[in-house]
Design a protein around this ligand. Structure first.
Ligand code: SUG
Length: 449
């Protein structure tokens, strides 16, 4: 049976803005109060999807969420109807403006945080298991999980093939696939799951006292997901992110490590234990001969690319995509910012020169998202599906040239060119967003939520 890795990309929403909400996320914090362009952001995302689809990489799209989140503003006590809620929040000082930003964030675009997905070849009951991330470490992100659950329950409704698990309790913070990597010899083989976590529940206070930023993912959340997906214990690896990396702005593991099938590209300081990468390789080799083919482990040293440059360039947030299964060739879809950081540029040149499966490096411009700390890989959720499973997915979400044209036209008609923090209080933005999302729901054939 043929299995392929689908990239489900999050469409950028009409309220995309820079509020500096991403704690531990240096780009988001540095962009606070800048003027955003929701239109440019959404078009950049669509151009990336088109690029990948035309390379032959299977592509799908996930909808933005309804923002501003009126329920959140009501829970803050700002009133009931939209105009009143926005006006009262905007008048309620710094806290009010922060709540307005929380309610307006378009953060659902970063689909890598949507869920953790296990391929049916790896799970106990041979079905695809999906756990919606609770994103409970950040208030604006925690608002995403319920609407997302409903959308995923619709898309992956067929119980013969899929099980969608609700978010874990908020006491077990979980950031989804951004901290999960599946390695397998081929997509159709069973694979190993690499779960990266920032802390264990028990080291709550000690970690916060010593670290510049609070780690987002707890080990117990990763363990609970592995268990409810029925992953075999000897096919899972739990590794702690290094505190040094988190302090340098690596709030998710996908900012410092990317793996696909039999290739793992990681910075040497990605994980806490010095020998974590060796352990991953050992388990991969022992369990399913994942990493024993030629030079499939590409480690970038601190000397070659200092952590600060890794975070500045987002090299490790590149996508690793299959160009040709027969030739085992992969392409590195890297953010344009890498070309502005000499060490990152040199690292890409080195990767291409050496003998490994990465034969092409293709630059993408997702600058609007990057300014909020979301690179090419943050914008997509990978779902490995067999042909049969793919046919069971509901909705009109798989990429076609026609869907692309429709979405480009939709963005051009509904999105603003510029958005300032003050614009978030404009009730017309709320109505524009509602109209846009109502129309999109029809296009993507999604239910009313
Ligand atoms: O959670 N930024 C997101 C970026 C997520 C990137 N995802 C992955 N690495 N997979 C975050 O920090 C900024 C929103 C704002 O500032 O308004 C934000 O939430």
């Amino acid at each position: 049976m043929t299995y392929r890795e689908y990239n489900f990309d999050g469409l950028v929403g009409p309220t995309h803005n820079y509020a500096g909400l991403g704690s531990g996320n240096l780009a988001s914090m540095a962009s606070k109060d800048h003027v955003s362009s929701p239109k440019a952001a959404a078009l950049e995302g669509l151009a990336k999807m088109k690029l990948l689809a035309e390379l032959g990489v299977p592509q799908a799209v996930l909808p933005p969420q309804r923002r501003p989140h009126l329920g959140y503003l009501r829970s803050c006590g700002y009133g009931s109807d939209p105009a009143e809620l926005l006006e009262n929040a905007a008048k309620a000082g710094d806290e009010g403006r922060r709540n307005l930003a929380i309610a307006s964030s378009a953060s659902a675009m970063w689909a890598a945080n949507a869920a953790t997905v296990s391929c049916s070849n790896d799970t106990g009951d041979d079905r695809v298991h999906i756990t919606i991330a609770n994103l409970s470490s950040q208030r604006h992100r925690a608002l995403e999980s319920l609407e997302r659950l409903r959308v995923f329950q619709h898309l992956f409704e067929d119980e013969e093939f899929f099980e969608v698990h609700p978010p874990l309790p908020s006491t077990l913070p979980d950031e989804g696939a951004a901290n999960h990597t599946r390695l397998a010899r081929w997509h159709h083989d069973c694979g190993i799951s690499l779960f990266a976590f920032g802390r264990a529940s028990a080291d709550h206070s000690s970690t916060s006292a010593t670290s510049r930023f609070f780690p987002r993912q707890v080990k117990e959340a990763s363990k609970a997901i592995a268990e409810q997906h029925g992953l075999e214990p000897d096919s899972t690896v739990f590794v702690r992110q290094s505190a040094q990396a988190i302090a340098s702005g690596v709030f998710h593991n996908d900012v410092i490590c990317v793996g696909s099938e039999f290739v793992l590209l990681a910075h040497e300081a990605a994980f806490a234990a010095h020998d974590a990468i060796a352990e991953i390789v050992t388990i991969g080799t022992r369990r399913v001969s994942v990493l024993d083919r030629d030079s499939h482990l590409i480690v970038i040293s601190e000397d070659e690319l200092p952590l600060t440059d890794a975070v500045r360039s987002y090299l490790f947030n590149s996508q690793l995509v299959e160009l040709s299964a027969a030739a085992s060739a992969k392409a590195l879809i890297y953010p344009a910012e890498c070309d502005e950081v000499p060490a990152a540029k040199a690292a890409i040149e080195r990767i291409l020169r050496e003998d490994n499966p990465i034969t092409q490096a293709i630059r993408v411009d997702v600058r609007q998202s990057m300014k909020n700390g979301g690179g090419p890989a943050c914008l997509r959720l990978r779902v490995v599906l067999s042909d049969e499973e793919r046919a069971a997915v509901r909705g009109n979400v798989f990429w076609t040239p026609q869907l692309h044209e429709t979405l480009v036209d939709w963005v051009n008609r509904h999105y603003r060119d510029h958005l300032t923090p003050a614009d978030l209080a404009d009730v017309r933005l709320y109505h524009e967003s509602e109209a846009a999302l109502d129309e999109l729901r029809e296009v993507l054939q999604l239910p009313v939520i």
